[in-house]
Design a protein around this ligand. Structure first.
Ligand SMILES: Nc1ncnc2c1ncn2[C@@H]1O[C@H](COP(=O)(O)OP(=O)(O)OP(=O)(O)O)[C@@H](O)[C@H]1O
Length: 276
C-alpha cells in the first residue's frame, strides 16, 4: 500500500498476527476501512473475527503488525487516546455490556468522563445521545434492570457514540436479540451512520445482513483473510472455495433471514426502528 492509500483510509490494519500460546488466532491480517462505509467481517466460529475486532479497538495486544488510524500508527499514549475517542465498540451481549449498578445516564456518560468531555453540558449531551437512539422517553436516572435486550443495546450504542467517534466496531450487535428487534437495531445503526457519517466494521454470521448493509466484505478463515472486496461481488461471485462453502452453508434462505430482510426493507424500516 502507498502512503496515499493509507491516508485515504480511516483505519488500516497492516500485517497483524496474534497468538494465544502456540495457537495463531490471526495470521498476517491486513484490511482498510474507509470513512462512512460498512465493512463486514465474516467467517465461521473460531476464524478470528472477535480477536481482530478486539485487536482493532486495542483490547488485545498484537505479536506483530500495526494499526493506523487517520494515517498515523496507533502507537504511544497520545495516539492511543485519540484513537479510543474516535473508535467505539458495540458488543454482542447487551446484558453483559452494561453494569447494572449504574444508571443509564451514568453508563452513557462514562466515556465522556473518561475523556474529560462531560463538562457543563454533559447531562444534556447524555439526554441527546439517549434520544438519538430512541430512548428519549426512558428516565435517564433509572437502572437498566427493567430494560429489554434491544433497549440495552440502544444504550450501548449511545455509549459508543458518546465521544463522537467516526468508526464503530460492532461485534455481532444483534445476534443475542429477538429477530424482530434485530431489524430495529440494524435500522437504527443505518440511520446513525447516515446522520454521523460513521464507518462500521461489522462482525456477523448472517450473510443476508451482510448483503444489506455492507460496502466491503472480508472473509476470515483460520485467522487469515482469504477473500475481500465489494460485498455484492464477494457474495455473488466468490472466488475462494471457503467463501463459497460459507455462503452455501449460511446464506440459506431461512425464514429468519427472510423475515429480517422484510423488516429492513422499504417503508417498514422507520416504523420497525421505533420500538425495541
Ligand atoms: N483469550 C484467548 N485465549 C486463548 N485462545 C483464544 C482467546 N481468545 C480467542 N481465542 C481463540 O482464538 C480463536 C479465534 O477466536 P475468535 O473469538 O476471534 O473467533 P470468532 O471468529 O470471533 O468466533 P465466534 O464467531 O464463535 O465468535 C478461537 O480458536 C479461540 O478459541
Amino acid at each position: 500500500m502507498t502512503t496515499g492509500e493509507q491516508q485515504a483510509s480511516l483505519l488500516s490494519v497492516r500485517g497483524v498476527t496474534k497468538r494465544f500460546g502456540s495457537f495463531t488466532a490471526l495470521d498476517d491480517v491486513s484490511l482498510d476501512l474507509s470513512p462512512g462505509t460498512t465493512t463486514s467481517l465474516v467467517g465461521e466460529s473460531g476464524s478470528g473475527k472477535s480477536t481482530l475486532a478486539r485487536v482493532i479497538v486495542g483490547l488485545e495486544s498484537v505479536d506483530s503488525g500495526l494499526v493506523h488510524y487517520r494515517g498515523a500508527p496507533v502507537r504511544g499514549r497520545a495516539a492511543r487516546r485519540e484513537f479510543r475517542r474516535g473508535v467505539g465498540m458495540v458488543f454482542q451481549d447487551p446484558y453483559g455490556s452494561i453494569d447494572p449498578r449504574f444508571t443509564l445516564s451514568e453508563v452513557v456518560a462514562e466515556p465522556l468522563r473518561a475523556h474529560g468531555m462531560y463538562g457543563k453540558d454533559g447531562r444534556q449531551r447524555v439526554r441527546d445521545l439517549l434520544e438519538s437512539v430512541g430512548m428519549g422517553s426512558v428516565d435517564p436516572d433509572s437502572y437498566p434492570h427493567r430494560l429489554s435486550g434491544g433497549q440495552r443495546q440502544r444504550v450501548c450504542i449511545a455509549r459508543a457514540l458518546a465521544t463522537g467517534p467516526d468508526l464503530l466496531v460492532c461485534d455481532e450487535p444483534t445476534s443475542a436479540l429477538d429477530v424482530s428487534v434485530q431489524a430495529q437495531i440494524l435500522n437504527l445503526l443505518l440511520r446513525l451512520q447516515q446522520e454521523h457519517g460513521l464507518a462500521y466494521l461489522f462482525i456477523t454470521h448472517d450473510l443476508d445482513v451482510v448483503r444489506r448493509i455492507s460496502d466491503q466484505v472480508h472473509v476470515l478463515y483460520r485467522g487469515s483473510v482469504v477473500e475481500h472486496g465489494p460485498a455484492q461481488s464477494v457474495i455473488d461471485d466468490a472466488r475462494h472455495p471457503y467463501t463459497r462453502k460459507l455462503l452455501s452453508a449460511v446464506l440459506s434462505d431461512s425464514p429468519r433471514t427472510r423475515r429480517i430482510g422484510r423488516e429492513m426493507s422499504g417503508g417498514q424500516a422507520a416504523a420497525a426502528e421505533k420500538s425495541g
